[in-house]
Each structure stands twice: as C-alpha cells, then as structure tokens.
Ligand binder design. Structure first.
Ligand code: BES
Ligand code: MN
Ligand code: MN
Length: 465
C-alpha cells in the first residue's frame, strides 16, 4: 500500500497544520467558561469529517456537549468500523509549568521523539490520536476508497465521565450498529515496540466531606477538645490501606479475579526496566501492593488514590485554626468483574462506618465505569496485529493498561461489539500534565497503520462468514 505512504508523505505538513487548528480551540469540558469553545471544536470535527470523505455528518445535541457523528456507508453487506474518540481536553493547569502556552502547539524534539513532538494540551489525549482516524479516512478516500463502511462518533465529555454519551448510545443502537469499534486513546510501549491495549481499568470516583464543629475555631481555645475534621479525614484515609498496601474496605476484593500463573508469566514478555521507570519519575523506589510487580500493580490490580485534599488555612503565613470541614476526592481503579456501583456502595458504607463520634461524613459519588478486557486471539486483535506488522515490521504486544475509558465496557454491553484500542501515544507524553505532547512519528505512523487495519479486518471478517 505504498500509495498510502506516498500520499501521507506529500500531505504530512498539511495534516499537522490541520491538527494544530483543532488544538488551538481550548475545548475544556470541565470548565463551563469554555463552553463556546466546545461548540467550535465540535463544529471543526464535523467539517474535518466531511472534508475527509464522510457522506453524512451530524452535530448531535445532548444535555451537555454535542456528539459528532459521521459516516460513509459504501455497501451494507460489508463490515462496518465504528471509530470513537473525544474532542474535549483536560484543563491545562498549572499553567506556569508549561514551557509554551497549552493551546499554541509547537513542535520540539525530545529524547524519545527525535523527529519532534507536538506540544499542546490535547496533542495526544485525544485530539491528535482522534485526528489520525480522520486523516486515515482521507488517505483511503484518495487511494481507492475505504474497503468497508465507516462510522465516527466523537464526543465532548470523555474527560468528565461521558454521562450523556451513555444516553446517546442507548438511544441510537441501530444507528451505531457495527462490527468492531476502533479507538486511539491509549498508549504503546515505545516507538520501536508497538503494543495494543487489551484491558482498561474501571473507575469509582467519590468526594468525601468531613464536618466537625459548626464553624472554624481558634486552635488554642478549642484545640485538643473537639474533633479536628482534617486530622480525622487524614486518619480515615490512611486506614484505607493496610501494611501490605491492600485496600481495607470490606468486600473490595471479593470479585477480583486472580490471574492464572500463565497469564502472570505473560508479563515477562513486556519489556520494562524498573530502573528507567524510577529514574523517569525521580523516585528511589516504587511503592504498592505486596506480592505484585509494578506492571501488575498498574494494570490488573485495583487501587485507591486520593486525587485532592483540602480544608483549613492554606494561604501565606500561619493561621491558628481548626476548620469546620475537610474534603477529599478519591478515585478507585477497578478491574474486570468489580462493579463500579457496588464498589461505590462498599466505599460509602465503610467510610461512614469508620467515622468517629464528633464528626459527620458525607460521601458524594461522581462518575463510575466498568473495566474492559479483550483476548488477543480474537479476530479484532489479529487484524490489528497484521496492520502493525506491515507498518512497524513487528507484531504488537498485548498489554493491559491502567487507565480508564468507561464507555468501552458500555459499548460491549449495548452494541455487542469488541473494541480495538490502537493507541499510539507513549506513557511519557504527559497526558493530563503540563507539556503534554505527541510524537510526529506517532501521529503519522497511526495514520499509516489504520488503513491496514480496515483492510485486514474486512478481509478476515468476510473469510469468517
Ligand atoms: N485517554 C485517557 C485514558 C487512557 C490513557 C487509558 C492512557 C489508557 C492509557 C482518557 O482520556 C482518560 O483520561 N480517562 C480518564 C477517565 C475518565 C472517566 C475521566 C482516566 O483514566 O482517568
Ligand atoms: Mn482520552
Ligand atoms: Mn484523558
């Protein structure tokens, strides 16, 4: 398929420029001050899909931000690939840690990206990766057309829990009928070690509030005699892990399935250097659940992490005060079989039960979602594998990832299809962090690999029938 590569080579600068235009729109879904930019970004995706070759595009309103839909149906008898991605991005804070402004993309070289990387919020997660699919469609259209039908569903609320996408998917199962779902919103091991994500963790996210006295108090006049909500909250949080770093919530591990010895042995096939890992983070040791390796801890084991904690006086200087309230945001990453609603319930029951007299505790659930796992011997993975062999010269390693894309489990439930997670980012691309970036190599390699997946999947699906 060298016509594809020569088309990409000829047009790569324009592809990058077009991605830059999309990145310049600050589509931050979490911050209501940016909602007009959300509309602009959604419209830009509609236009890009139409220009790439979709014969039908729609801006589908939801109770939140619009979902972009596009399709090119060439023959109902042929298989259909549904591409999912998101045009919303995480807030760029803290701004002062960015070397260049987050919404002014710039290409700079790094050790891992000697050909240059695009630095900007959303460069990798997920505008850059989502845009690869739009450009892959253009590439196919200019070189004989797509070998199958294609549908796109690009949402604007992934970073805030995809609440309205669920309603949309449940209401549009006919429109979204497909044979496989294709997503680039994860990573791969290294630019010369391609991998495909075969698992995602689920999520239960809660916010807790501990209330003590009815007002902030002088810590001299009252200190020692009343419960200090911050002292209590930190004590309660500390008790959520035991000495082996296992989570102490009763029932938390009940549904967690133990991997077989063979499955655990597969981790040995994943190239991983603990030393490089520690060095890249400037830590002198890793930390986690006893009895599991680092790769296992960050993929197949459930976790509980405080994402933010606040209360009392945090301004300049010292203020002697016992705050009336203390707060924390807590996320639990879940593994297959754990149910997010059940885990949220277990958390609420446990956390309220460990509160001592003298404080009241309120737990507010935020979003949740289920884990996902696929088997590398399935047709979907095998088609993807063939595509990577053509463009990387080697087969991708199946890797279970620690991140979450809650909608993937919902796709399986509602649309009965498997998702292939063809991620082209690197863990070091700093998604959600300052100086997020995406390699130019990765962007172009993605555009090159995707059409091969369409080709192999269509062929294998037809042979299978
Ligand atoms: N693209 C990420 C998820 C991801 C990244 C999975 C890398 C695997 C590897 C996605 O945009 C994301 O950030 N998801 C959130 C969950 C969501 C409910 C806010 C996450 O994982 O924290
Ligand atoms: Mn993402
Ligand atoms: Mn994200």
């Amino acid at each position: 398929m060298s016509s594809h590569t020569s088309y990409i080579e000829k047009n790569k600068n324009r592809f990058i420029e077009e991605l830059f235009s999309l990145i310049r729109i600050p589509s931050i879904s979490a911050d209501s001050a940016y909602s007009s930019h959300m509309q602009t970004a959604a419209q830009a995706v509609v236009d890009a899909l139409r220009n790439a070759g979709c014969t039908h595009t729609e801006l589908c309103p939801t109770a939140g931000f619009p979902i972009v839909y596009g399709e090119k149906i060439i023959d109902p008898a042929l298989p259909t690939v549904l591409v999912y991605g998101h045009y919303d991005v995480q807030p760029p804070d803290p701004l002062d840690l960015w070397d260049t402004p987050p919404f002014e993309p710039e290409i700079r070289k790094t050790d891992l990206h000697p050909e240059g990387a695009i630095f900007a919020r959303g460069a990798c997660d997920d505008k850059g990766q989502m845009f690869m699919h739009i450009k892959a469609l253009e590439v196919m259209e200019h070189n004989g057309g797509t070998p199958c039908n294609v549908k796109f569903m690009i949402e604007g609320e992934e970073e805030v829990g995809s609440d309205n996408l669920e309603t949309f998917v449940r209401a549009n199962t006919k429109k979204l009928v497909n044979d496989v779902i294709l997503i680039s919103d994860t990573g791969m091991l290294a630019n010369d070690i391609p991998s495909i994500t075969t698992g995602l963790r689920g999520m239960s996210y809660v916010e807790v509030e501990v209330t003590g006295p009815n007002r902030d108090l002088h810590s001299g006049l009252y200190g020692g005699a009343v419960a200090n909500p911050i002292n209590i909250l930190t004590k309660m949080i500390a008790s959520l892990h035991d000495a082996n770093n296992r989570i102490t919530i009763p029932g938390f591990y009940n549904e967690v399935e133990d991997l077989s010895t063979a499955e655990r042995a597969d981790f040995k096939n994943i190239p991983f250097s603990l030393e490089n890992y520690q060095n890249s983070l400037d830590i002198d040791s890793v930390y986690g659940e006893e009895g599991f390796s680092t790769l296992e801890r960050k993929s197949i084991r459930p976790t509980l992490d405080v994402n933010g904690i606040w209360g009392g006086y945090t301004g300049e200087g010292a203020k002697t005060v016992i705050a009336s309230k203390a707060y924390a945001k807590i996320s639990m990453r879940l593994v297959p079989n754990q149910n997010s609603e059940e885990i949220t319930k277990l958390f609420i029951d446990h956390f309220t039960s460990i509160a001592p007299k003298g404080v009241t505790v309120k737990v507010t659930p935020h979003h949740g979602g289920e884990a996902y796992v696929m088997h590398p011997d399935g047709l979907e993975f095998q088609a993807a594998s063939k595509a990577y062999i053509e463009t990387f010269g080697k087969a991708p390693i199946p890797v279970r990832d620690g991140g979450s894309i809650p909608i993937v489990a919902l796709f399986e439930e509602t649309l009965q299809s498997k998702t292939v997670l063809m991620g082209f980012g690197l863990d070091s691309d700093a998604i959600h962090s300052p100086n997020e970036h995406f390699g130019v190599f990765n962007f172009l390699k993605g555009i090159e690999t995707i059409p091969h997946f369409y080709k192999h999947f269509t062929k294998m699906q037809q042979e299978n029938q």
